[in-house]
Design a protein around this ligand. Sequence first.
Ligand code: FAD
Length: 447
Amino acid sequence: MSQKRDLQAKARRMTHRVVIAGGGQAAGELAADLVDEVAAGRVSVTIIGDEAHPPYQRPPLSKKYLTGEIAADRLILRDHAFYDANAITLALGTRVTGIDRAKQEVAISSGAPIAYDTLVLATGARVRELPVPGADLEGVFYLRSIADADALAPYLSSDPDLGAGESEPRGPSSASPQVVVIGGGYIGLEVAASAHSKGAKVTVVEAAERPLARVASAPFAADVSELHRTRGVTVLCGASVTAIEGRERVAGVRLGDGRLLPADIVVVGIGVIPNAELAERCELDTQGGILVDGQCGTNDPAIFAAGDVACIEMPGIGRTRLESVQNAVDQAKHIAATIRQRCAAPGSAAPSPAANYAPVPRFWSDQFDARLQIAGLARGDEAIVKRVNGGGKSYWHYRDDTLVAVETLNDARAFMAARRLLEAGRTPPRDMIADGTQDLKSLMKET
Ligand code: FAD
């Protein structure tokens, strides 16, 4: 108790006030990375998040949380006791409504403005809404938050008793709900796999000619489509949705070619929009996200941005936003290092300046019992070398003579090897990769 009082007293004598707008993955990581500075009284940290929960991980929302395999407490990154014990202020259920850059303070939805020395915008992204008639009918769901997953989960079960939230029966097919997923990106496909595993009949409708068109190569996407088809999910590509039909509740999805797909529920996963409006309103530079430099800094030296909302220059790719846990965590760590450096104790050896943020991006997705892992970033115009090893497959992307990205399906070894090679900037010969019998460890030694 006295240790906690000590920490709080030190926090009150704060020297450097860090305010984090947004309370998700990046915010949680940044706060946790600064606990030593808070304990030393050099920094105070306030997280302002509009959700009711402390920072939590979203990936299980479309996977094991949606299927009921894990409970909500497993999503929370650190519980209230952690923030309490480390004197980190959590203002939950609170929105940042404005930024006054001259006064260095943020306005919030309830209470007095909060002053900052460093402001970190970690406001993430929100779902893109489907712009067709009927999209507001009951039974149309989106998935971004715990609240969204809690609303959706009961409708996926083939057990009618579990449809607890329903005000009306699902209709004739309630024994096995018909779910139409609009959007064949990672989240749409994960929801499809989860819904199928709960007993639903699932159709994925994708406007492009193949799923994962924005984020994966054609051969990798073909493997993923095949995975779904063999499990019994219908995947319709090149299919535009013109309306959601039904009286008060969803009854079907109308396609551009006139077909009506019967549906008890519809899940829309057509991408996200970065929550960059706060930055726009106070005239920070934005361009499809908040523009940041190699230190994750905006054009105001007191303001940083991290995670889904940040738009950063990536070598060989240009300005891009990366929507992944790895990016949110690593950008948060990068900003924490800069804050540590700015707040170094007088007389202490100042840490050397952090190098520019230049990670090898990583992403994973679980669908059915398959694990997809991606390292690096492909542009889409690279030469692809396929490697098959036992049940695992991987696609190695070469831009000119340089390895730039690898997509793996059920091949954790290939993923780890690829990650190490990419991090070391090494390129294995294509013929060695194509030969699935080559041991990846020796391959790493030889290249
Ligand atoms: P978020 O975690 O979205 O946090 C932002 C928070 O800020 C939110 O709580 C938001 O409500 C709040 N906020 C916004 N505006 C304000 C405001 N003005 N004031 C206060 N609070 C505000 N990534 C992977 O790498 N692998 C996966 O398998 C994977 N699966 C995913 C599955 C789902 C269903 C979803 C939704 C995402 C998934 N992701 C996955 C992506 C990953 O979760 C995100 O990239 C990550 O959460 C981004 O972290 P963030 O902190 O930038 O944003």
